[in-house]
Design a protein around this ligand. Structure first.
Ligand code: ATP
Length: 410
């Protein structure tokens, strides 16, 4: 009777060091492992989200996430997964199993120098993987890892720059983590001051493009007549006043991320040109016949109802579809009472970095919680800064120091 081949072991290998990954992978693949690789924590989370793995091998630092936060997230979300961390000196003394032995062997072979924690422990060269698989049941201290771990609620995936436990806010972090490693365009929608730019920056920070440029263009801040030149660049003499040639923002973002804020304000003719660029990946500077290939990841934001505008014909429907392949909505602050509390703590802590700490009186807190916050988080930040100044040297901010921007003095 023919023996059934053992199921290959699966791992996600996380390290920003490409050659280290290649060496580790080589050994593991020779031991019949299935290896998926990630250059950073966000990419690893996206891989695990798509398909969990039995083992996670993670380097001692990550280019995008705090290692302790990443490890804690993984432990909470994928409790069954065996986590092997290169930064954990304790590991050398941990329980061995055929599977761990194979990982240790691969990691040792992957390291060019010595001196890593791994070398402190003897690595037993494993027998054929089939034999190891047969023996794995007999390892008492090893959690038997079969089947797929059930992910816990995504709450633990909150990104560090986003304050707030509201479900809509947690969904923002979850979506950022999922889409950041890809090149998919992202449309961020939400009222003013809700953190749309913060989202765009987080998408860039967690992407493989994080070491390249993050270029911002606010479409509402530049006169219509100059917007095209700003975006696409121009040659010398391309139009009156163009005394010098200039690279546009799209080209400036080559290899990185282009953030088009207030995209809803972009004039229709320019929308057509942007769409052409998105479809071809090529642009022409104004006054130039030559096409230039540019690789950018586009992130756009708006506080306007873009879908409705596309239906009304005030925004191009085809561009809307192109931009909104993946969309993220930042929620208004009104109604997120618990988030207000946490945000207040966050901003007061930040203000106290420059002077003695202050707290808020109960009445002042109640006033903040009852306010509708039309300017959202940005407005809260400003109200607290104003109150901080008005409180002078007093350690407690009182209700009389809480002034909302719109209020006229009585
Ligand atoms: N969830 C949050 N946690 C912490 N800070 C936040 C959060 N949301 C927004 N902020 C802060 O509020 C301020 C405004 O955020 P941001 O500029 O990203 O908003 P926006 O939606 O892009 O605004 P606008 O539409 O007016 O351009 C920034 O200082 C940002 O750091």
């Amino acid at each position: 009777m023919a023996a059934t081949a053992p199921r290959p072991r699966t791992t996600v290998l996380v390290s920003s060091d490409l050659s280290f990954r290649q060496r580790v992978r080589e050994t593991l693949v020779s031991l019949r492992w299935q290896v998926r690789e990630a250059a950073g924590g966000a990419e690893a989370l996206a891989l695990l989200d798509a398909e969990p793995a039995e083992t996670l091998i993670v380097d001692s630092w990550l280019p995008d996430l705090e290692i302790t936060e990443f490890v804690a997230d993984c432990q909470r979300l994928y409790g069954e997964m065996d986590l092997v961390s290169l930064g954990d000196a304790e590991l050398s003394g941990q329980t061995r199993s055929p599977r761990r032995n194979e990982v240790l062997l691969a990691v040792r072979r992957g390291q060019d120098g010595d001196g890593a924690a791994w070398n402190a422990a003897p690595v037993i060269e494993t027998a054929r993987p089939e034999a190891a698989a047969l023996r794995s049941d007999a390892m008492p201290a090893l959690r038997v890892v079969q089947g797929v771990a059930t992910p816990l609620p995504q709450a633990s995936l909150r990104l560090p720059e986003f304050i707030g436990e509201d479900a809509a806010m947690l969904e923002v972090s979850r979506r950022i983590r999922l889409v950041a490693p890809r090149t998919t365009p992202v449309l961020i929608q939400g009222p003013t001051g809700t953190g749309k730019e913060l989202v765009a920056r987080a998408l860039h920070r967690l992407s493989p493009r994080s070491s390249r440029a993050f270029v911002v263009l606010n479409c509402a801040a530049i006169p219509e007549s100059l917007l095209e030149a700003e975006l696409f660049g121009h040659t010398r003499g391309a139009f009156t006043g163009a005394v010098q040639g200039r690279t546009g923002r799209i080209e400036a973002a080559h290899g990185g991320t282009l953030f088009l804020d207030e995209i809803g304000e972009m004039p229709l003719p320019l929308q057509a040109k942007l769409l052409r660029f998105l479809e071809s990946g090529e642009l022409q500077r104004i006054g130039d016949n030559e096409a230039v290939k540019v690789d950018v990841r586009l992130v756009a934001a708006t506080h306007r109802p873009l879908a409705r505008m596309a239906n009304d014909g005030t925004f191009r429907m085809d561009l809307y579809h192109r931009l909104s392949v993946f969309s993220i909505r930042t929620p208004p602050l009104a109604g997120r009472v618990r988030d207000i509390e946490e945000l207040v703590g966050h901003f007061l802590a930040r203000l106290s970095e420059r002077s003695a700490a202050k707290s808020l009186s109960m009445e002042a807190r109640a006033r903040l919680e009852a306010y509708p916050w039309p300017g959202n988080v940005r407005e809260l930040e400003h109200v607290l800064e104003r109150a901080w100044i008005l409180a002078e040297e007093r350690p407690e901010i009182g209700v009389s120091e809480i002034e909302f921007g719109e209020e006229e003095p009585a």
